[in-house]
Design a protein around this ligand. Structure first.
Ligand code: MV4
Length: 665
């Protein structure tokens, strides 16, 4: 086969960016594909060439093999990297790519197909001597056989769809009376979900760890493993935290699991990057679960401890070149932990959030890597997976890596949409995680219902916001005036200047008064509470300040008068000054057009056409950046029209309600 010199990346977001970075470094021309919703997305900007492959929905773009192949033809790409998800584990696609005379950067279609069926995969793995969970993976699927086998295996029992994967189509049975029912239900579900009702049965391993081995093979059959990753911290089969090495790994266990993983790959003639998933029980026994025939989301932690570039290696072996090293050359150094940043709202049962990214400011620092696929100003589209970035920290020890990761998360800002950053920090700060003791039951066991609710900003946070906003307002004011000496900046002929800001967070209101007491120094108070705030720096969306005795790094965005996004001490909120906002919106007797004050989710509309409203009456409730805003009538009148409804995402200044303003009497 001839060498390829250009690579089309059949993916989007962070992984498309990640693959293109290495492809470019290795001298390849890069081609992006994008949906209409992704025009201008970071992966498109990164590529040398890009081709639109259809409308936003994945079923009309990223999942359409013919569109991807047409894009390759049109752009002259000679190889296709599928990333993860989408078509990455679709054997028909891999076959079609090869059939079109292009190189598929991944294993052969047969290996993908084989690992796509749990029963077949397990039979092959047992043949190859890979330890599997005791169970039944036979071809007979009648009820009598399955029930008899289930009784032989014993309880607790796991019933899995052979065509499933990643936890889909899986059912735990703990009571003998439920066996037959569970089998029938699982079969019906598998039939509906995968068009294949075939089941396998396994002894259930309770509170296991998820430990996976990274394997790599070249075309000459050299196959190595690159150590393991522990991905036990998951929520509903969605990985949240991943690390390498596994905290409870020993040299002997790694050698045994590594041998099993390499045997698994060799037995199916594997090529390229793959991952062999195991369950590790409390007694140190491990069992093959499934093999993922793609580059995985969490590959950076392996790169960190091995010093290898897995994408560069994928390109190398796809060219038919040898790996160039042996198992003995692989060394594992230090520790790395990765977290996945999702735009989903932990306070609303992790509901995916969409909307504009007002500020994306990833952390940087020693031992910190951020793989992202978003930019400030971009829209988070509801069509795609809400994972927008991965933050990876490494260090000489697990604890150094963990602390670096917490600090990096505190210093990472994403303003404009809800996200799981605080939840990630909470996971990393749990004693069980600190001790390296997290199993797959970690999140369910450690987080009580309601614990993942939003934290309301404290008085100190609000004081910092009020000071920063005052400072930014001053700057804006003086930017347009003649030279003002610093001494005079906070001077006021009427004595000490006091500014007031009112921030409302649900039931909690912070009524902050701020007064300058020197250059960059302020006193802020609310009733009896009082604190000194010293602003050391605030530039380019980042800065430092001291609140009372605490030095804090800040991230901020002044999104308009009275609207300040501020992250202080890792706690982010939108501070909307009710005094300024409600004051300037006050158009007594004026227009009755009620518009959205900012982008957000319309939670409630409380009025209907024809209804009489009085001044100050709440008309609708908007949710934005963890806050609920009551939208009130600026004048009395009659509702003429309601142009928005509850549950709808609205943009700033969108018309919501028209009121026929009553003549003052
Ligand atoms: C299991 C299991 C216990 N016993 N199989 C879930 C995803 C899929 N890859 C396999 N899964 C499991 N299979 C037996 N025989 C427990 C799980 C499981 C799990 C596995 C890995 C990571 C997180 C998990 C969370 C719940 C259940």
């Amino acid at each position: 086969m001839s060498r390829f010199s250009s690579v089309l990346v059949a993916n989007r977001g962070e992984i498309a960016c990640r693959v293109m970075r290495s492809a470019r470094e290795q001298g390849y021309r890069t081609v992006a594909v994008y949906s209409e919703a992704d025009a201008g997305a970071p992966h498109v900007q990164l590529a040398d060439t890009s081709v639109c492959i259809g409308p936003g929905p994945v079923g009309e773009s990223y999942l359409v093999a013919d569109n991807i192949l047409a894009a390759a033809r049109e752009s002259g790409a000679q190889a296709i990297h599928p990333g993860y998800g989408f078509l990455s584990e679709n054997a028909d696609f891999a076959r079609a790519v090869a059939g079109a005379g292009l190189t598929f950067i991944g294993p052969g279609a047969d290996a993908i197909h084989l690992m796509g069926n749990k029963a077949e995969a397990k039979r092959r793995m047992l043949e190859a001597g890979v330890p599997c969970v005791p169970g039944y993976e036979g071809e007979s699927q009648d009820d009598a056989t399955l029930v008899r086998e289930a009784e032989r295996i014993g309880l607790p029992l796991m019933v899995k769809a052979a065509a499933g994967g990643g936890g889909r189509g899986m059912r735990l049975v703990q009571d003998a009376a439920d066996i037959a029912g569970a089998i029938r239900l699982a079969r019906a579900e598998a039939e509906a979900a995968f068009g294949n009702g075939e089941l396998i049965l396994e002894k259930a391993i309770l509170r296991p760890r998820h430990v996976e081995l990274q394997v790599f093979a070249d075309a000459a059959g050299n196959t190595v493993h690159l150590g393991e990753r522990d991905c036990s911290v998951q929520r509903r089969h969605q990985k949240v935290v991943e690390e390498a090495p596994c905290p409870v790994m020993t040299e002997e266990l790694r050698a045994a699991m590594g041998d099993a993983a390499v045997a698994a790959a060799r037995s199916i003639g594997y090529l390229g990057a793959g991952t062999v998933e195991f369950l590790l029980d409390e007694g140190g026994n491990f069992y093959f679960l499934e093999m993922n025939t793609r580059l995985q989301v969490e590959h950076p932690v392996t790169e960190s401890i091995t010093g290898l570039d897995l994408v560069a290696l994928q390109l190398q072996v796809a060219q038919g070149e040898p790996l160039g090293f042996t198992q003995d050359d692989v060394t594992l150094t230090g520790h790395a932990i990765e977290v996945r940043l999702y735009t989903e709202d932990p306070a609303q049962d992790f509901l995916p959030a969409s909307g504009p990214v007002e500020l994306w400011a990833p952390a940087s620092g020693v031992g910190v890597r951020v793989d992202d696929g978003i930019r400030t100003g971009q829209d988070i589209s509801p069509f795609y997976d809400p994972m927008v970035a991965k933050v990876i920290a490494s260090g000489p020890s697990r604890e150094v890596a963990r602390q670096r990761l917490v600090a990096a998360l505190h210093d990472t800002a994403l303003f404009g949409t809800a996200h799981n950053r605080d939840f990630l920090v909470a996971c990393l700060q749990k004693q069980t995680f600190i001790d390296g003791g997290a199993t797959t039951a970690f999140i369910a066991e450690e987080f009580a219902a309601g614990e993942i609710a939003d934290r309301v900003p404290t008085f100190e946070d609000a004081a910092a916001a009020a000071v920063l906003e005052l400072e930014l307002e001053h700057r804006a004011l003086y930017a347009g005036s003649v030279i003002v000496s610093p001494e005079l900046r906070d001077w006021c002929s009427a004595g000490t200047l006091v500014s007031r800001k009112r921030y409302e967070f649900g039931e909690v209101t912070h009524d902050i008064s701020v007064s300058p007491v020197g250059r960059g120094r302020y006193r802020a108070w609310d009733g009896d509470a009082s604190v000194s705030v010293e602003l050391h720096s605030a530039d380019n969306a980042a800065g430092k300040l001291r609140i009372g005795d605490n030095e804090e790094r800040i991230r901020y965005l002044h999104a308009g008068p009275g609207r300040l996004y501020l992250q202080v001490g890792g706690r982010a909120a939108l501070y909307a000054d009710r005094i300024l906002l409600d004051g300037t919106d006050d158009v007594a007797g004026g227009s009755g057009s009620v518009t959205a004050p900012m982008h957000g989710l319309l939670l409630e509309v409380r009025v209907a056409p024809g209804e009489r409203v009085s001044e100050g009456q709440t008309l609708a409730v908007l949710e934005a950046m963890k806050m609920h805003y009551e939208i009130t009538a600026q004048a009395a009148g009659t509702v003429r029209e309601v142009t928005a409804s509850a549950g709808q995402q609205v943009a700033a200044d969108d018309l919501l309600i028209e009121i026929e303003v009553a003549e003052p009497d």
